[in-house]
Write a protein that binds this ligand. Structure first.
Ligand SMILES: Cc1cc2nc3c(=O)[nH]c(=O)nc-3n(C[C@H](O)[C@H](O)[C@H](O)COP(=O)(O)OP(=O)(O)OC[C@H]3O[C@@H](n4cnc5c(N)ncnc54)[C@H](O)[C@@H]3O)c2cc1C
Ligand code: SF4
Ligand code: SF4
Length: 1024
């Protein structure tokens, strides 16, 4: 029997008061009867965690800063995308396979179970722990190595790589090598741009097109595994296989014997085959026991690891066979009178065609679509769907256009011959489209469905996503049963949607865990759902999201006792002491799915709709340094809960004080407020806006600081006037004193001043030279007038090139040179020396001064551009974004450009381009990315250099001068910078970002305009 204790009746009493978490047991071991047991909520520190920590530090040399035990960060890491929360005793940021290898035996020795965490986007509660969380991402380049083999048909990956990133690596590989076929990864979850390879393997994730054929189970070739005793098995290495067979004879024999036993049992073999013919991630991948020769335990072990959710071993490397990504695509969105017809259509297409994807939308999902303008213009019949109406989104692909046409024909013929009730005639109303704008809209809507439900829910509730599957022929009745079940339990917003081709439905609904009644309703609904899916339709309770804690109590219901006990047997073979993620996949507690539920206290309307999915994390520059956006929100929710308490106990007050204290640095000071989190957030949350509002509230209480800011705003010209000579003076000191002294002195001043004084680095700019005189056009040009308003930002007016780029003039000189070659008349806005977009003030929370400066700027730009008649180019991207964001007068909406955009839109036909550099790097600032300029920027650089490499950094963390005041912010973000050798120069459009990129690489970054200026000449007039 497993060593897992079930929580007794006393302990299961719900307590809402501890840490915002529904705890069934008290956490404090002192003075209470609670003793350590290896079950959720019972893993209290009776000394074992202290001992484990001490060994980590002293025996394994894991630095203290990578062992997190403070209340705020452990709370933050207690969150994954599921609706469970467990507070880890300790989070350890792991850097390498070697560390995992050493840590696991110590975890076994101290009986301190470990849970691995990749991106934490799991939905079933498998990436949380109240013991030790081993975090393998958010550590720069660690766990992010890869090798692409041959033409891309195979790839070896470390577990910290994001899946979408892997597809981009494959795209670049094809482009660079000039290969004929584009390959991609088989698994395609909609979390593709956030989830990591470790999680994808361990959850056996799939997605829209992946089906059962292209998941990890079917596309993985080899794996490197670290077992609980610290042994490493590399299945690609014959010596490693041989050694493992020798050293782990007993385990290998047990695995082989179990496979033999299963294969000899015809009924069990048939059940396993039947269950894995549809999507299934409930329980272990016991198909490994029937799909492989029982005499080959290594092959069996390799496949058993897939979908094992970190309960059998650690995956430190995976080699995948990739799949072909056909370039020709077309989609259609067809409305049906009844969900029966839609499901029947999916079954017909599966049987008769090789269609690539078929997604179903029920009436509730279609109601969400009605809010989407673009799809309503393409499919205006959506509101006509009745109570049981439904739609299918169908995609065909092909290697050539002709083959795509053949595939479409096969699909339409099957549909037309199947005697289906379309809402309107299929061919004329719902045609296939090859236009990316059209099919892109369909798929954007599909991907946005979960967030749409999530975004519309009541504040204080969670959005839950269940994930069931059945044989596609049973999809219609199962869907109807589930719809009736939701109606019965009062889930009015529940949507049934998903991968119809695979019989896989996602059930999305909002759920509160605020009262015992709400928890009871949820438990009753879950019980019924499991009975409908697992018993009535013999389906999968988890098709692709993994068992986790969510359906662990129902694995036996789905699989039957025989298969279930085999799963326990497997767990005990690999992890007899229950060190690896105990309680996940298998759990003897029948109520585990309704414990440790995560309430979502109302905090602030800016973040109340956060689903804690974690999609935003990889874009955040502070993710390695302090908190991620998701964690900022989670912690802020807890602070809000504590603040809202009417009578706080002494303990609550102490907890609140501690949270506020730690949040001040981790949540507030180290947020770059760049809003890159918003770019990846499915519900459009900008955590930076929350932080800016917190800063503004704090400043309201410090009136004297605000009045200093207002005074600075009023005397801005004097300020910008003194900075260049000051920077020149510092540069002079640098020449005399060298790097060391300045670094030490400024580092000291930075600390003493509480991060107010920026820390110096050797790439600090000199003072900017005087602005050049504005250019006058040399001749008259027919057509559009060549006149432009040029706004050199205050940063450009103050900061020149660095000491190392002594030969360069200022950015404004380069810009003026380009405009002169294009023969543009240039106008500076009036009162330039006093102008500022307001960002300097806004990012610090000085809202009023920011608004005053922005209004002043807008007035000057309106006047200079004659109310938007002439284009305005701003040489610093973040300033342009700030101006656009605060714009009041619509006249300027289409007149404002950042440099790459202006050159691409207005100057390409006026300049001759030459590739003057062999290989350059570019960094598109986060503000330009948000403005959608990334492609334009890249294409422009490609006109000037033979090879262009993007920095791959979402945001460098500089955020004006914040990165100089908190250098760890840029340091953390730019740990991910990995520029290839041979890259000589780097270009961007923000002077402060350029400085930090130079500081953290071997490449000197400067303004893009320098490259364009060097690469261009005036276009010669065509001779008559
Ligand atoms: C909005 C939303 C949509 C989603 N859509 C889909 C979808 O379409 N299809 C789909 O299949 N899933 C989907 N998911 C679920 C989830 O994104 C995937 O399961 C994903 O692959 C998890 O990866 P991760 O990096 O977040 O892993 P984590 O959540 O960090 O970890 C997942 C599991 O793997 C274990 N683990 C992590 N790394 C390792 C390792 N190196 N070795 C061993 N074990 C390890 C963890 O302990 C945990 O049990 C969605 C999630 C969200 C929030
Ligand atoms: S802010 Fe958005 S992306 Fe980030 S966790 Fe919340 S919902 Fe997800
Ligand atoms: S604004 Fe930037 S630094 Fe702040 S949470 Fe969002 S991504 Fe992170």
């Amino acid at each position: 029997m497993p060593q897992v204790a079930t929580v007794g009746s006393d302990a299961s009493k719900i307590d809402y008061s501890i840490g915002g978490t529904v705890y069934p047991v008290p956490q404090d071991v002192k003075g209470s009867k609670v003793v350590y047991q290896n079950a959720d909520g019972m893993r209290v520190d009776d000394g074992r965690y202290q001992n484990f920590k001490s060994d980590l530090k002293n025996e394994l040399a894991i630095p203290e800063e990578r062992i997190i035990t403070d209340a705020v960060k452990t709370y933050a890491y207690g969150t994954d995308a599921s609706f469970y929360r467990l507070l880890p005793q300790m989070v350890v940021k792991i850097h390498s396979e070697e560390e995992v290898k050493k840590i696991l035996p110590y975890a076994k020795k101290h009986q301190t179970p470990v849970t691995f965490r990749a991106a934490g986007t799991s939905l079933s509660g498998q990436a949380v722990s109240d013991s030790v969380l081993l975090k393998l991402s958010h550590v720069g380049k660690n766990f992010r190595d890869y090798t692409v083999h041959e033409d891309g048909r195979k790839i070896t990956l470390e577990p910290g790589l994001i899946l979408g990133e892997v597809n981009r690596i494959l795209q670049a590989h094809k482009k660079k090598g000039g290969h004929a076929v584009q390959y991609k990864m088989g698994p395609d979850p909609s979390s593709i741009d956030s989830c990591m390879v470790g999680g994808v393997v361990a959850n056996n994730s799939s997605g829209m097109c992946c089906g059962v054929k292209q998941n990890t189970y079917h596309t993985l070739e080899d794996m490197r595994i670290v077992f609980v005793d610290g042994t490493v098995l590399d299945t690609a290495d014959p010596a490693s296989r041989e050694s493992f067979l020798r050293t782990h004879q007993d385990l290998c024999a047990k695995v082989s014997n179990l496979a033999k036993k299963v294969q000899a049992d015809a009924d069990l073999t048939a059940l396993i085959k039947k269950k894995f013919a549809i999507k299934c991630t409930t329980g272990y991948s016991i198909n490994a026991l029937v799909d492989n020769d029982a005499k080959d335990p290594i092959e069996i072990i390799k496949r058993l690891m897939i979908g094992s959710e970190g309960t059998l071993g650690f995956v430190s490397r995976a080699t995948y066979n990739t799949v072909v990504d056909h370039p020709h695509k077309a989609s259609c969105f067809i409305m049906f009178k009844d969900v029966d017809d839609a499901c029947k259509a999916a079954a017909v297409l599966r049987r008769e065609t090789t269609v690539d994807a078929v997604e179903i939308f029920d009436k509730a999902s279609l109601r969400q679509c009605e809010k989407h303008e673009k799809i309503m213009s393409l499919v205006p019949t959506i509101p006509e769907a009745g109570k049981y109406g439904a739609a299918l989104l169908i995609e065909c692909r092909g290697p050539t256009d002709a083959e795509l046409d053949q595939n479409i024909k096969a699909v339409t013929t099957s549909l037309d011959n199947a005697n289906l009730n379309f809402l309107h005639p299929r061919e004329e109303t719902y045609p296939f489209s090859k236009d990316p704008a059209v099919y892109g809209t369909y798929w954007d809507v599909r991907k946005g469905l979960i967030p749409m439900v999530g975004g519309g829910r009541e504040a204080g509730t969670s959005v839950l996503i269940e994930d069931v599957a059945c044989e596609v022929d049973s999809l219609a009745p199962m869907t109807k049963d589930l719809m009736a079940m939701f109606e019965k339990h009062g889930y009015d917003d529940a949507s049934c949607m998903g991968h119809a081709l695979e019989g896989n439905l996602h059930l999305v609904f909002s759920q509160g865990f605020r009262t015992e009644k709400e928890v009871e309703t949820y438990a009753a609904m879950m019980q019924e759902m499991c009975e409908i899916v697992a018993v009535k339709y013999k389906g999968s309770l988890k098709a692709e999201h993994g068992t986790g804690r969510n359906v662990a109590p129902f694995v036996e219901m789905e699989w039957g006792t025989k298969a279930y006990e085999i799963m326990w047997e497997l767990k005990e073979m690999f992890d007899p002491d229950y060190v690896l993620n105990p309680g996940v996949i298998l759990n003897r507690d029948p109520d585990v799915h309704q414990k440790f539920l995560k309430p979502k206290p109302v905090a602030d309307p800016i973040v109340d709709m956060c689903m804690e999915c974690g999609f935003c994390e990889s874009n955040c520059p502070s993710r390695d340094v302090s908190l991620t956006p998701r964690q900022r929100i989670t912690v802020y929710r807890e602070i809000s809960r504590l603040q809202a308490m009417e009578n706080r106990s002494t303990e609550d007050q102490a907890r609140l004080d501690e949270f506020l204290d730690i949040f001040s640095y981790a949540g507030d000071s180290t947020c770059a407020a760049d809003g890159m989190c918003e770019v990846k957030c499915p519900v459009g949350i900008n955590t930076g806006t929350l932080v800016k509002s917190i800063r503004a509230r704090e400043l309201e209480q410090a009136k004297n600081v605000s009045s200093v800011a207002a005074s600075l705003g009023r005397n801005f010209a004097s300020f910008t006037g003194v900075v260049p000579p000051f920077l020149n003076m510092v540069s002079g000191f640098h020449s005399i004193l060298g790097d060391g002294v300045l670094k030490t002195v400024s580092g000291g001043l930075n600390k003493i001043s509480g991060n107010l004084i920026p820390e110096w680095n050797p790439h600090m700019p000199r003072g900017a030279p005087k602005l050049p005189e504005p250019n006058h056009a040399k001749e008259k040009h027919p057509g559009v007038e060549r006149k432009v308003v040029y706004l050199p930002s205050c940063v450009t007016r103050m900061m020149g090139p660095s000491k190392a780029d002594a030969n360069l003039e200022g950015v404004a000189d380069a810009m003026m040179s380009i405009l002169s070659k294009a023969d543009y008349e240039v106008v500076y806005p009036k009162g330039l020396s006093d102008q500022c977009c307001g960002m300097l003030f806004n990012s610090r929370g000085f809202k009023d001064t920011a608004l005053t400066k922005a209004a002043q700027m807008e007035e000057a730009l309106l006047e200079a551009s004659e109310n938007g008649k002439y284009p305005i180019v701003v040489d610093t991207s973040p300033c342009l974004a700030e101006i656009k964001g605060s714009l009041q007068n619509p006249a300027l909406r289409f007149s404002l450009y950042e440099p790459a955009e202006f050159i691409a839109n207005h100057l390409l036909d006026k300049l001759e381009f030459n590739k003057v550099k062999k290989h350059v790097a570019i960094h598109v600032p986060c503000s330009s990315k948000k403005l959608g300029v990334e492609q334009t920027f890249t294409k422009l650089a490609e006109k000037c250099a033979e090879e262009v490499t993007g920095s791959g950094i979402p945001c460098c963390g500089m955020a004006g001068d914040r990165g100089m005041r908190y250098p760890e912010l840029t340091g953390g973000s730019l740990k991910y910078l990995d520029l290839p050798k041979g890259c000589t120069d780097g270009y961007s459009t923000s002077r402060t970002c350029e400085m930090s990129l130079t500081n953290h690489s071997d490449v000197s970054f400067k303004g893009l305009v320098y490259l364009v200026d060097e690469a261009t000449t005036a276009k010669k007039k065509a001779s008559a």
